[in-house]
Ligand binder design. Structure first.
Ligand SMILES: *[C@@H]1O[C@H](CO)[C@@H](O)[C@H](O)[C@H]1NC(C)=O
Ligand SMILES: *[C@@H]1O[C@H](CO)[C@@H](O)[C@H](O)[C@H]1NC(C)=O
Length: 988
């Protein structure tokens, strides 16, 4: 049969051409009933081509799909070796978008339809239920919407995986009749709230059941515990209630239980210990309590054990110390007490452990890294005391080592400073003493070193300067002495340096100015002497500077004005001369008090009750002169920029008006002089209807035109029509049409059609019931309850991020929106967000060398800071604007408010409220920040802060933003590797 397969496929290649003589002979020779007639094959080819035509294939994976070839040679297709019929379509992770065509329902022999991890949208066609031979239907990880059609006729289905889509409607209870199912995945969809159908208990062959994130409520039906073959039970991320089921002990084959993030109550039953194959259990984030039964210490095969965020108490069963396979263990935020099992980790290849926020006491466990596999060790906020065991000096695999807020004391073993892969070392808020070993220079991956609030002493080793990856160095409130090493100047990545409240002496090394990424510098309350180095003006990212409480002398460098500081404190020093006026405006009196020799210029606009002296003529003449020169330079260069900008703009206007005329002429010549209508969608649109807009249906008015609501007479559907301002019309219209006409994404506003005649231009969009995000954020429903709760806000954030990510990463060439703001994010009736207003968007063409990106666009409060001094707009400017939107979602505030201070915005305001957890909580919108979502909000806040980083290069890409937001889902969570870290602690 194998030998014959090539023959058949070459036959199929020429289905319609006249058969050549030898082939004919061959055909006659073998009986023709053995041979399939050609016709069905062309039908199948045709069906596949129609299937392909409904898909967008950005990487041309389906290039080989040609009408002239046998479908069996199409990439991703398999055929029956004898009949030549298509049996399998497998297109896994090919970035396909578009919809699944009903055409494939003619593929009678199809057994596998597997299209996982693409961007396929639209509805799943009913006709699929004609493919009665289907055994595998896998569409996980797409954007398919609507009800799942009734597939109960597909009796041969063994694998049905429709998880991670946007299916809605009620949970498909007909799955209970597909008794051949072995694997069933329906999780992560938008079903209506409902219960798990009892009929699931009919699926006796089921080994894998994934119903996570499917809006399921009520208790788990008893019938589920009759599924004897079940190996994986995942009903995580729902609203399942009731006591943790004792009957779970009946599912003898279970090796994985995922019930995290539900409303389960009660205790862990003894019966759990019957499940001897159990490898993974996660019941985190429920409302369970009580002591863990001693017997579960006998579950010898446990690999992952997670029950963080519950209210368990008492001691951990000693049996955990004997386990041999444990990799991940996370029980943070419970009320466990007592000593930790001494042998924990001794016999296990432990990889990740998080026991933070409990009340474990006594000595710190010795063996967690006994098998040299530990990467994450988190034990913050407990009551461990005594010294850190020597054994951790050998734990070379460690990446995260956090013990802050315990009662640990004594010296840190030398080798701990030299751990080669450690990225975060946090020993803050303990009673540690001794010095930092010079071996710290070997800890080449170190990214954050936090030792604040201890009794560390000695000099700061110059080897700290070797840590090329160090971003955060927090050593405040210790007894460090000696000089600030000039080697710190080599810390290229350093963004936050806190050395306040130590006993450092000597002068500030000018090399520090080389730390170009430094955002936050605090050297307050030491005994530093000498001048403030001129080189500080090189730290162009610096946002906050605190040198107060030292013995600094000399003038304040004028050049500090160049920095875009939002906070400065130079008080309590011995500085002299004139305070540069911009710095004074920004910092006010209190930033300069306690420096007897400082003075400020007489300025009528300034508050008269300043406690700082007014400068007299002999005060720092030099400074004033330098200031004037500087000002002159700025004005001159600004003038040049403005002139150049005017030139560009007027040239462009000239070009556009030229275009206008041309187009007008063309319009005259048209065969249908009435309207030029271009439709991008099936929607039936009547031009006359569109142009007869009624003022009473006006729903908005903005920079580019007025928007009306319009109920179409023909089919009763509603659309939004934007009438562009006259004259402005053409270029905006062209831009929007050009962009929106081409792209299709669930989170991008659909353009149905455009109409154009002479000076009037209309765009017809899908209608968005819930207006824009800005309005929705400030709207309240009855009783002062905000319209959007956190969950909805989160969904909006994620959806909008996906839309923008699509523009940046999936469009070719990429599209920069340039005016991302909450009022350009529209919400449909389900509050699904859609990015709108592409009037100023720009296709990012590399060839243009940025010259064309200069046209001013964007909105105050959302503009990335770099746009103040560069004309080059990149995707990262959109990321910044999106970060501002995230801040709006988290804080419920507006991007610009009087309360932030003059010229300040929400980014500034938030950055100044991140001192400790308390103040961080104060930032969150108190209308939605109930306890259960606080941490999730903080996660999104973290993303927002990254997005609004001053330096574009520090900002994540939109793809990364989507990833981070996905990880911040209030309803999922996971994996000990990347999330055993608790939020709020990571950043602040
Ligand atoms: C569906 O396909 C994805 C991607 O290949 C795979 O990871 C998943 O296990 C499949 N689903 C089932 C139930 O086999
Ligand atoms: C369940 O699996 C067994 C063994 O593979 C098989 O014989 C039986 O037909 C399956 N049941 C159904 C209803 O398909």
């Amino acid at each position: 049969m194998n030998m014959m397969a090539p023959l058949f496929s070459s036959m199929a290649k020429t289905p319609l051409r006249s058969l050549r003589f030898p082939t004919l002979l061959f055909l006659l020779f073998f009986s023709s009933n053995f041979f399939p007639p050609c016709e069905p094959l062309t039908v199948e080819t045709d069906a596949l081509l129609r299937f392909r035509d409904q898909l967008k294939d950005p990487h041309n994976f389906m290039q080989s799909w040609k009408a002239s070839d046998s479908p069996c040679e199409f990439s991703g297709i398999k055929c029956h070796p004898v009949s030549g019929r298509v049996t399998e379509i497998s297109l896994d992770s090919k970035s396909l978008s578009g919809v699944v065509s009903p055409a494939i329902s003619v593929l009678e022999s199809l057994t596998v339809l597997s299209l996982p991890s693409n961007n396929i949208s639209g509805k799943l066609p009913e006709e699929l239920s004609n493919c009665s031979n289907l055994r595998v239907l896998n569409l996980t990880g797409n954007d398919v919407v609507g009800r799942i059609p009734d597939l109960s006729r597909l009796r041969n289905l063994e694998i049905l995986d429709l998880s991670f889509n946007y299916f809605s409607g009620s949970f498909p209870s007909w799955v209970g009749s597909l008794t051949g199912l072995v694997q069933l995945g329906l999780g992560q969809n938008d079903f209506d709230e409902g219960e798990i159908p009892k009929s699931i208990g009919n699926l006796k062959n089921l080994t894998w059941l994934y119903l996570g994130g499917a809006n399921l409520k009520g208790e788990i039906p008893e019938s589920v515990f009759e599924l004897q073959a079940l190996e994986t039970l995942d009903i995580s991320n729902n609203i399942i209630s009731g006591n943790f089921p004792k009957s779970i002990g009946k599912l003898k084959n279970l090796n994985k239980i995922e019930l995290f993030n539900n409303n389960l109550t009660g205790e862990i039953p003894h019966e759990l210990a019957n499940l001897t194959f159990l490898r993974e259990i996660d019941v985190s984030a429920n409302r369970m309590y009580g002591k863990l039964p001693e017997e579960i210490g006998n579950l010898k095969n446990l690999v992952v054990f997670q029950l963080y965020k519950n209210n368990f108490s008492g001691e951990l069963p000693m049996g955990f110390g004997d386990m041999k396979h444990l990799l991940g263990f996370s029980i943070y935020r419970n009320s466990f007490t007592g000593e930790f099992p001494a042998n924990f980790g001794r016999f296990s290849p432990l990889n990740s452990i998080d026991i933070s926020e409990n009340q474990f006491s006594g000595g710190f466990p010795k063996f967690l890294c006994e098998n040299r596999n530990l990467r994450f060790l988190l034990a913050l906020e407990n009551k461990f005391s005594g010294e850190l065991p020597e054994s951790y000096a050998e734990c070379k695999s460690l990446e995260r080592f956090r013990l802050n807020m315990n009662h640990l004391s004594g010296k840190i073993p030398d080798g701990v400073w030299a751990l080669p892969y450690v990225q975060r070392m946090d020993f803050g808020d303990n009673d540690f003493s001794g010095g930092i070993s010079p071996e710290i220079g070997l800890s080449a991956s170190l990214n954050q070193l936090v030792l604040l609030n201890n009794k560390f002493s000695g000099e700061l080793p110059s080897e700290l300067g070797k840590l090329k990856n160090l971003e955060r160095l927090h050593l405040s409130n210790n007894n460090f002495t000696g000089k600030l090493p000039s080697e710190f100047g080599a810390l290229e990545q350093l963004s936050s340096l806190h050395l306040e409240n130590n006993s450092l002496t000597g002068s500030i090394p000018p090399e520090l100015g080389n730390c170009a990424r430094l955002v936050d510098l605090n050297l307050a309350f030491n005994s530093l002497t000498g001048n403030i180095p001129q080189t500080f003006s090189l730290m162009t990212s610096l946002n906050s500077l605190n040198l107060s409480g030292n013995k600094l002398t000399g003038l304040i460098p004028e050049s500090l004005e160049k920095l875009r500081l939002s906070s400065i404190d130079l008080s309590e020093n011995q500085l002299s001369g004139r305070v540069p006026s911009d710095l004074f405006t920004m910092g006010g009196d209190k930033a300069f008090l306690g420096n007897k020799e400082l003075c400020v210029n007489q300025n009528p606009e300034m508050r008269t009750n300043s406690m700082i002296n007014i400068c007299t003529a002999n005060h720092a003449h030099r400074g004033i002169f330098a200031g004037k020169l500087f000002l002159f330079c700025i004005l001159a260069s600004a003038l040049i920029v403005v002139l150049a900008g005017l030139l560009v703009v007027s040239y462009k206007n000239f070009k556009y008006s030229e275009g206008d005329i041309e187009n007008g002429l063309e319009g005259e010549k048209e065969v249908h002089p009435k309207w030029k209508l271009e439709s991008f969608d099936q929607l039936d649109i009547n031009a006359d209807e569109i142009c007869n807009l009624e003022e009473e249906n006006l729903i908005g008015s903005g920079g580019t035109g007025k928007v009306y609501r319009l109920d179409l007479k023909k089919n009763g559907s509603t659309v939004a029509v934007k009438q562009l301002w006259k004259g402005y019309g053409l270029k905006i219209l062209e831009a929007e049409m050009e962009i929106l006409g081409k792209i299709r994404h669930r989170n991008i506003l659909k353009l149905y059609a455009s109409l154009l005649k002479g000076g009037s231009s209309f765009l017809v969009f899908e209608y968005m019931e819930n207006g824009n995000l800005f309005q929705a954020l400030h709207r309240q429903i009855k009783g002062g309850v905000p319209q959007l709760d956190w969950y909805q806000r989160y969904r909006i954030a994620l959806g909008a991020a996906k839309g923008i990510a699509y523009l940046h990463h999936d469009c070719s060439p990429p599209i920069i929106h340039r005016d991302i703001k909450s009022s350009n994010i529209l919400l449909d009736k389900d509050f699904e967000p859609k990015i709108a207003d592409f009037g100023v968007a720009k296709v990012a063409e590399k060839s243009q060398k940025g010259s064309d990106h200069s046209c001013l666009a964007g909105t105050h409060g959302y503009l990335a800071p770099e746009l103040a001094y560069t004309l080059k707009i990149t995707e990262k400017s959109d990321v910044y604007s999106f970060g501002v939107v995230l801040l709006e979602l988290v804080t419920g505030r507006r991007p610009v408010e009087e309360a932030y201070g003059e010229g300040k915005d929400i980014v500034y305001w938030v950055l100044n409220h991140l001192n400790d957890r308390e103040s961080v909580l104060g930032v969150l919108d108190d209308k939605v920040a109930v306890d259960s979502v606080e941490d999730d909000m903080i996660r999104v806040l973290k993303v927002a802060i990254l997005c609004t980083s001053k330096l574009p290069s520090v900002r994540p890409t939109m793809r990364e933003v989507v990833k981070m937001l996905t990880d911040a889902d209030p309803c999922t969570f996971r994996s000990p590797d990347n999330d055993s870290e608790k939020n709020g602690k990571v950043f602040f």
